[in-house]
Design a protein around this ligand. Structure first.
Ligand code: AVJ
Length: 322
């Protein structure tokens, strides 16, 4: 990552940790989960029996890859595939393989907030698929969008997989989609994953697995503050807590202080007080249905062209146009 990107990310971490932990009620942004340890824990989450999302999307790609990539490049004129929040790219590789096999002319541009993830993915692809033109970028969604417009004037297909959009509450999701719409030309496409509403227990289990990986993932944000901002959070003094509201479709993660305590964040010259059972809100994972996705699209000047679902109907990918 170039040093400017690095500085932007570091300063947003400092600023937002400061803001979130001095606010009432306290919060931290889930985008800060993904350092090296967080990336590794998220890999473990994707392999958990309870975390159905990754497998569902993988199944959709396996089953419908020919149809999906046909839509990406229906005119066979070539295009740039841009992926926001690419992570390890495991599911995307299914599509890349298919694109290669059908001899489409394309480039792949993965973008992620984690430098570690992007470096790994680019290295990986250069080895496994040397014929794919890959260009990785580090950045946050909203900031990267401003760069999108200036990219080539070929057709663009922008992917946001894994239900990553679920980290945004609807008003922010609409802001994000509007920006995407604004960066798109008429022929460009969005291809997005939206986790669907389902039995509330299944959602709760996915975010509160028996083996405690998700708890460790959530608490890692405190470990990261300890490391990067010279703080002394005792992780054993917090519990991971998950809620799901079937009416709004919003799953929320919290860290809850088991006792009254004080934490020093030396890097911010800050002392944080916790009452017993006070919470830090760390993540939302929104669940959707067709009506909600349709509404989000309409509010953002977009329309749904097609959707693909897994057999269980747990998860859907939507092709969206301007
Ligand atoms: C990567 C944001 C889609 O919300 O399902 C997994 C992250 N958090 N377990 C999700 C996550 C806890 C994940 N996203």
């Amino acid at each position: 990552m170039n040093s400017k990107d690095q500085k932007v990310l570091v300063s947003s971490f400092v600023k937002e940790v400061n803001e979130g932990l001095t606010a009432f009620p306290k919060y931290l942004s889930s985008k800060f989960f993904y350092d090296e340890v967080g990336d590794e824990l998220f890999q473990q989450i994707m392999a958990l029996p309870e975390y159905y999302l990754t497998r569902a999307e993988y199944e959709i790609f396996k089953t419908h890859k020919a149809n999906i990539i046909h839509h990406f490049d229906a005119k066979n004129e070539g295009f740039d595939l841009i992926e926001l929040g690419a992570g390890d790219g495991k599911k995307t590789k299914l599509l890349l393989e298919e694109l290669l096999q059908k001899e489409h002319n394309f480039t792949y541009n993965p973008i992620d907030i984690s430098e570690n993830a992007i470096e790994g993915l680019v290295k990986d692809l250069n080895l496994e698929m040397p014929n794919v033109a890959v260009q990785g970028q580090i950045g946050e969604y909203f900031e990267v969008l401003d760069r999108l417009k200036q990219m080539s004037d070929r057709k663009k297909v922008i992917m946001v997989l894994g239900s990553n959009i679920g980290n945004l509450l609807h008003p922010r999701a609409i802001q994000f989609l509007k920006k995407l719409c604004n960066a798109m030309h008429n022929d460009d496409l969005l291809f997005m994953g939206f986790d669907q509403k389902k039995h509330p227990q299944k959602v709760l289990d996915a975010y509160n697995d028996k083996s405690g990986v998700t708890a460790a993932f959530n608490k890692n944000i405190l470990a990261r503050i300890n490391k990067e901002l010279d703080a002394n959070f005792n992780l054993d003094k917090f519990i991971h807590w998950e809620t799901y509201d079937p009416e709004s479709g919003t799953a929320k993660s919290y860290l809850i202080s088991k006792e009254k305590q004080t934490v020093d964040i030396n890097g911010l010259s800050l002392q944080i007080y916790f009452e017993a059972w006070e919470s830090i809100h760390t993540e939302i994972s929104q669940k959707y249905d067709d009506d909600i996705v349709k509404w989000l699209a309409k509010e953002s000047g977009l329309k749904i062209e097609k959707s693909f679902s897994d057999k269980n109907k747990d998860y859907k990918n939507y092709l969206i146009s301007k």
